[in-house]
Design a protein around this ligand. Structure first.
Ligand SMILES: Cc1cc2nc3c(=O)[nH]c(=O)nc-3n(C[C@H](O)[C@H](O)[C@H](O)COP(=O)(O)O)c2cc1C
Length: 243
């Protein structure tokens, strides 16, 4: 049930003597994987993940999510359409919501810069290599070649509270996938291609495309050399009172 904290985990604030539960191990070993094996995921594995994820708590139990799960030719048709739109008319597509403000205040702007430099550095892409960065970004359109692509929508008549609920549902999917040996990458990028997605999938008019997710078996070679994204220490985001 419990296992020793692996020495390969870069989590400074946890004392080496502390034990991790299996759940915590899954939470701490999840990462955004953008490299997948060419290996199908069985439908019953996916429904098992969704079956677990639907137990996410939601305010007033409204359960605001809808998810479109694509694979095979349905995924190919969708990703072809998105890739085409991205190649010929990217500037004409924008998300129906704003993910981050512009300008991004501190400390968030610094963290985003650090992410960019670690991420592109790990791929050997120089900061000023616009073409290579663009080609890498375009991989979003194909769910990073994952065998399964999920599209998440929310009813646009709902408020921010329900978006919290959706986030918890998505996190549950990432963890349930990890528990089954699968990796994920959540993607806000594809929300800008909501019109293309709408043309390919039966979305109701009130559904707003929030994000997507690549799901599949991660490439073990990448998992070994992938960069660990730095996480703020507990001291940076928590304060304790009355202890
Ligand atoms: C809601 C959400 C949206 C994201 N959108 C994208 C995206 O569009 N493209 C991408 O490559 N990664 C995306 N990511 C992955 C983040 O870049 C990644 O989670 C972050 O850098 C932290 O790294 P880690 O997940 O490996 O800990 C997204 C993650 C979340 C949770």
């Amino acid at each position: 049930m419990f296992q020793e904290l692996s020495s390969t985990m870069i989590i400074d604030e946890i004392k080496p003597t502390q034990k991790l539960s299996e759940t915590e191990h899954i939470m701490m070993s999840r990462f955004a994987n953008r490299f997948f094996l060419d290996r199908e995921v069985d439908l019953d594995v996916i429904t098992g993940i969704l079956d677990a994820a639907r137990y996410a708590g939601t305010g007033a139990n409204v359960q605001p999510w809808r998810v479109y799960v694509t694979a095979g030719t349905a995924k190919l048709t969708l990703t072809d359409a998105i890739s085409h739109a991205h190649a010929i008319s990217a500037a004409e597509h924008s998300s129906e919501y704003s993910y981050l403000p512009d300008p991004l205040p501190e400390p968030f702007a610094s963290r985003r810069r650090e992410f960019g430099s670690i991420f592109f550095g790990s791929l050997g892409i120089a900061h000023d290599d616009i073409d290579a960065r663009g080609a890498n970004t375009a991989r979003n359109c194909r769910f990073f070649d994952a065998p399964v692509g999920l599209i998440f929508t929310i009813d646009r008549r709902l408020e921010k509270g329900s978006w919290l609920d959706l986030g918890m549902f998505i996190q549950n999917i990432m963890l349930a996938a990890k528990a089954r040996g699968l990796d994920t990458c959540t993607q806000e990028f594809l929300s800008r291609y909501h019109a293309v997605i709408r043309a390919e999938l039966p979305l109701a008019p009130e559904e707003l495309v929030v994000c997507s997710m690549a799901l599949g078996f991660g490439d073990p070679h990448w998992a070994k050399r992938r960069p660990q994204m730095p996480k703020a220490s507990i001291e940076e985001f928590a304060s304790f009172h009355g202890f």
